[in-house]
Design a protein around this ligand. Structure first.
Ligand SMILES: [Zn+2]
Length: 460
């Protein structure tokens, strides 16, 4: 039987006369993912579980359908989540007609609406859920592989109630009453079942008022049990070998660079996983995003007078580490603390916000670490600059299909340039001849990020 996508299902209008019986069946079937609806032109749409587990109930729906003189025109399959969302939206719209000031949605249903929304996002491999509420409706979109896709209009009541219920009951750091007109941020923990596997999800929710409503952005963080290693990131074997060699050095700075949202944190975690198990690794992070086994991960608050990066590096240095990892160097005090740690015989892995490898050097100079300081043997080990670029959808080869929401993008792959600190780099640092070094590197075949990016389309 044909399987409907959520976008296609959104175009179905629901038979009002059968809304109640479909809601009954679907609300009773939340646990086993049974759901069914009848469209106003007589098509019975149900989930696979409803066919298998509740065929009698479905026969009832069809009989009622005939009694209401709606001829049975066909059968279609759809995802239970998508069916539930449509039914709940239709019910909320109906309630609105009879009750001008609603937002009294059944609590279980509100919770379910949020879970459905997050599962829809996970199925698309989305990183964020975007909701824009005006007085009439909620506009929903997902960010998938860096692009906004799947924009649909949903019921304002259903989704506002879902957000309110989640914030009021499931958040560990939301301590106020839900108010559309207030700026608030909170975290929500969810336990979901995806593809038969239990998943723990953390949602970072940001809510802010807009001109005629409010906006909610939810960043999805999966608690990944396994950190990707360097091979799994998709780096070329020769690059992996070079990085592994750098990580065997006893001391020095290893820096991962790139703009925001380009996978620096993932790469940093992968580098840390390559370190020998016998090492004591202290990782300072704001916030902790990826659980890394065998590593002492400590939360840091970048703006805090005491718990900031620079101070926490000093504390870590007194705790006899082999390696200190800094999730982001973004101020002068942290840059100098990282330099001191490297100078005193520690390996330091860190990320920094910069365009490319030579941009990192300039950024370090700006933060007060001089070229002469970096030119000392063993202080700087390597800089890896990276960018995520779009890779074509396998199903449609980039032409656009339902699987990729017509974007043509199937995923993202990492593109890097690696600068290993050698004598030539130290000399160029001392003699302030970095542009000349970069030119000669490119002449000898070094793969600069800029030239690689020109050959592919960057991901937004
Ligand atoms: Zn496609």
């Amino acid at each position: 039987m044909h399987m409907l996508t959520s976008l296609a299902l959104n175009d179905f209008s629901i038979a009002e006369s059968l809304l109640d019986i479909c809601l009954q069946l679907t609300d009773a079937g939340m646990d086993d993912d049974s759901a069914a609806l009848v469209s106003s032109d007589g098509v019975l749409v149900c989930s696979a579980a409803a066919w298998q587990l509740h065929s009698l109930a479905l026969v009832n729906v069809q009989q009622l359908q005939q009694l209401r003189q709606l001829s049975v025109r066909g059968y279609l399959l759809a995802d239970a989540r998508d069916i539930r969302s449509r039914l709940h939206d239709a019910d909320a719209a109906r309630q609105r007609l009879h009750q001008p000031n609603p937002l009294h949605l059944d609590h279980t249903r509100a919770q379910q609406a949020l879970e459905d929304l997050v599962e829809q996002a996970l199925q698309r491999d989305a990183s964020d859920i975007h909701l824009l509420f005006d007085q009439q409706q909620a506009s929903l979109a997902f960010r998938v592989h860096g692009r906004m896709v799947g924009r649909v209009a949903r019921s304002r009541e259903t989704l506002a109630a879902a957000i309110a219920a989640a914030l009021n009951t499931r958040s560990d750091d939301f301590h106020e009453l839900f108010d559309e007109q207030r700026l608030s941020s909170a975290s929500i923990n969810l336990n979901l079942v995806m593809h038969g596997q239990p998943q723990r999800i953390r949602l970072r929710v940001q809510k802010s008022p807009t001109r005629n409503g409010f906006a909610v952005t939810m960043r999805i963080q999966c608690e990944q049990p396994q950190v990707a290693n360097l091979q799994q990131l998709g780096l070329a074997p020769s690059l992996v070998a070079q990085l592994q060699q750098v990580l065997r050095q006893p001391a020095g700075l290893i820096i991962v660079a790139g703009p925001t949202g380009q996978g620096k944190t993932t790469t940093l975690a992968a580098l840390n996983q390559e370190l020998p198990r016998s090492y004591k690794v202290i990782s300072l992070e704001d916030p902790i995003e990826i659980i890394q086994p065998h590593i002492e991960q400590k939360p840091v608050l970048a703006e805090h007078p005491e718990l900031n990066f620079a101070n926490m590096v000093k504390v870590a240095l007194r705790e006899d580490p082999d390696v200190i990892s800094i999730s982001e160097i973004r101020d002068s005090a942290t840059a100098k603390a990282a330099y001191t740690a490297a100078l005193t015989g520690h390996l330091v892995t860190a990320t920094i916000h910069a365009h490319d490898c030579f941009g990192v050097l300039q950024r370090l100079f700006d933060l007060g670490v001089s070229a002469a300081a970096l030119a000392q043997p063993g202080v700087l080990r390597a800089i890896l600059a990276q960018r995520l670029v779009a890779s074509a959808c396998i199903d449609c080869q980039g032409n656009g299909c339902t699987r990729c929401d017509q974007s043509g993008v199937g995923g993202r792959r990492v593109m890097v340039e690696l600068l290993v600190a050698d004598r030539a780099l130290c000399r160029a640092l001392r003699e302030e001849r970095l542009p000349e070094l970069r030119d000669s590197l490119i002449e000898s075949g070094w793969q600069a990020l800029d030239s690689q990016l020109q050959e592919s389309s960057p991901c937004v």
